[in-house]
Design a protein around this ligand. Structure first.
Ligand SMILES: [Zn+2]
Length: 590
């Protein structure tokens, strides 16, 4: 029996009057803060600290209400009461948020001496990192009137192209032959079929899917070209030192670190090539696999009951460390996991860490597959991260920045994998597990970095000239060839793969955060394999730091240097170990 969650520790229900009271309190506090407007620079450090504490308190009310609304909605997206509550809270959030906009602007406008005075004052230690992050964009900010014009114009330029792409491609219909019958599929229906068990279906699906983007090449090329040009203008206007600066600010990292990480990923493209050559062999395809078989399922799936999933995950965390095991247990004891599959429930899985004072909750739809068990271990990791962070951090420092946000979740998945590999006695399940782990790592690390190499070249060339659909496909093919070598025989239609990746449009250089995040954790995991239980207190201190440090300092605090190639290589050493196990089983079979 799967589980449903009990959210009454947040509010009693959608009609709990406390929700309105909390929103009102937040509103009142936001209005009270207005008396400090144009005066922040004149405050003493203690006054500025209590000002930020008030600001944080408003955030606490808003996050608590907002998360509750969103959780109820995720639980039952078709419930009109939940929908109405969520919409009302969102509206209130915007209204109150607008009353606070001046704060960050004013902090950013402080003259450097005043700002540094606050920053260096030990009384403000809790907000040190928060203030530092706030100021990262300051050197690239333009005058207020120019910023306003850019904001207004964005709605009808870059954002308009993104919106057009979203609506236009969301409406795509794909006519595809499935088991001898012509079917019309939507985006949501066709994408899972990349992993269909039938090879002919997979091939038809891949061909049809990318051909659609080729048929619509005029509209699609315009979207991408305008993004390349828009970003080029931004880089010039704001005098960013590089095309990628904005992404590094967002991720609280820098060019050198990211370049080092990416060069190590490139050196390890052998992982992709070796993996697919071995998968080709396993599938009886010689030394290179067909492009439509990239995600082909390998073996029959083992089924798990929820109870077995719970035991596997708790067992793995407990074996790792009893304190961590006990913390994970609380999520089950207090009914904080919604794992049931229900009509109207939001799809996907997430862990919501609300505020440091409240327990995190997990939302997922457990389907009984080994993937489902891995998802539980993953989301449980996020919950543990939140619980550790809550010990030391306040709201502004509670959540880690994107690139280190997966630390506990991916670490937890590896703990589970290693336990399962040790205890599983049937080879088919082992093979499935290794395939899942390796394909996940290749997809998250190697492929996402390849995306960035493609994106970088497009920005470079596309800022000055208009690139044709074919030219962008050629750039794509070049980077794909470099990554996959001759381990995959791609279908000609797959050269248009880039056109179906919305990340290039939504956020500049978004995808390296995936590579960075996962490789960062695998680097830590490899350290754990080397140091054993001595590493566990270090891991806990990283988790307790939450979002209070830059990734480089977080690693340095446990003696690791992310500027060094060796740090990133350690992650690949771990993956090469999994690859060797995979190869060994395949060799035995052939
Ligand atoms: Zn995650």
């Amino acid at each position: 029996m799967t589980t449903t969650w009990d959210l009454t520790f947040v509010y009693k229900g959608y009609d709990d009057p406390q929700i309105n009271e909390d929103l009102e309190k937040a509103n009142q506090l936001a209005e009270d803060l207005a008396k400090y407007r144009n005066k922040l620079a004149t405050l003493s450090s203690s006054e500025f600290t209590s000002f930020l504490q008030q600001h944080e308190k408003i955030g606490t009310y808003l996050v608590q209400c907002g998360s509750y609304g969103s959780l109820l909605f995720s639980q039952e997206t078709t419930n009109d009461n939940f929908k109405a509550l969520f919409a009302k809270i969102q509206q209130k959030n915007v209204e109150i948020g607008n009353k606070l906009i001046w704060i960050n602007l004013e902090i950013n406008k402080m003259n450097p001496e005043t700002f540094v005075k606050f920053l260096d004052d030990p009384k403000m230690a809790n907000y040190h990192h928060y203030l530092q992050v706030l100021r990262l964009r300051e050197p690239y900010q333009l005058s207020e009137s120019v910023e306003q014009i850019i904001n207004q114009k964005a709605l009808v330029s870059a954002s308009a192209w993104v919106k057009f792409y979203e609506e236009y491609t969301a409406d795509f219909k794909f006519e595809v032959e499935l088991e001898g019958e012509k079917k019309i599929l939507s985006q949501g229906d066709i994408r899972p079929k990349f992993r269909d068990a039938n090879p002919i279906t997979r091939e038809n699906v891949f061909k049809t899917y990318y051909q659609k983007y080729i048929d619509d090449s005029i509209a699609i090329s315009h979207c991408y070209n305008n993004i390349w040009k828009d970003h080029g203008q931004n880089v010039d206007l704001r005098k960013y030192p590089s095309s990628m600066t904005i992404a590094h600010i967002r991720n609280q990292t820098d060019e050198d670190i990211v370049e080092t990480m990416m060069s190590v990923v490139k050196k390890n493209y052998t992982l992709i090539q070796e993996y697919y050559k071995t998968k080709a062999k396993l599938m009886g395809q010689g030394t290179s696999i067909k492009g439509s078989d990239l995600y082909a399922p390998i073996t029959k799936v083992t089924k798990y009951s929820w109870k077995e999933a719970e035991e596997a995950v708790l067992g793995a965390y407990n074996d790792f460390d009893t304190e961590i095991g006990q913390m994970a247990q609380i999520l089950f004891d207090k009914d904080l996991i919604d794992s049931e599959i229900r009509q109207g429930k939001r799809t996907g899985a997430f862990c919501a860490g609300l505020t440091p004072a409240l327990m995190p909750v997990i939302h997922m739809s457990f389907d009984g597959t080994s993937d489902g068990v891995a998802t539980l271990a993953h989301e449980m990791g996020h919950a543990l991260h939140d619980m550790f962070s809550a010990r030391k951090q306040t709201l502004f420092n509670y959540h880690p920045p994107l690139v280190v946000a997966e630390t506990a979740s991916v670490f937890g998945e590896q703990i589970l994998t290693s336990k399962l590999l040790k205890t599983m006695n049937d080879e088919d399940s082992k093979l499935t597990l290794l395939v899942n782990q390796l394909e996940d790592a290749i997809g998250t690390i190697s492929r996402q970095t390849m995306y960035i190499f493609f994106e970088k070249e497009c920005h470079l060339k596309g800022a000055k000239q208009t690139l044709s659909f074919q030219e962008m496909s050629d750039i794509w093919d070049k980077h794909v060839k470099e990554a996959y070598g001759d381990s995959v025989n791609f279908l000609p239609e797959q050269s248009a793969n880039w056109a179906s990746i919305p990340h290039f449009l939504f956020t500049r250089y978004y995808c390296y955060a995936y590579s960075f995040g996962m490789l960062f954790v695998l680097g830590l995991y490899q350290k754990y394999l080397e140091e054993g239980s001595l590493f566990i207190p270090k891991l806990k201190s990283i988790l307790e730091a939450g979002g209070s440090q830059f990734p480089i300092d977080l690693a340095a605090s446990v003696g690791l240097d992310i500027r060094k190639e060796e740090f990133w290589q350690a992650g690949f050493d771990y993956l090469n170990g999994l690859l060797a196990e995979f190869k060994e089983i395949v060799e035995k079979r052939s």
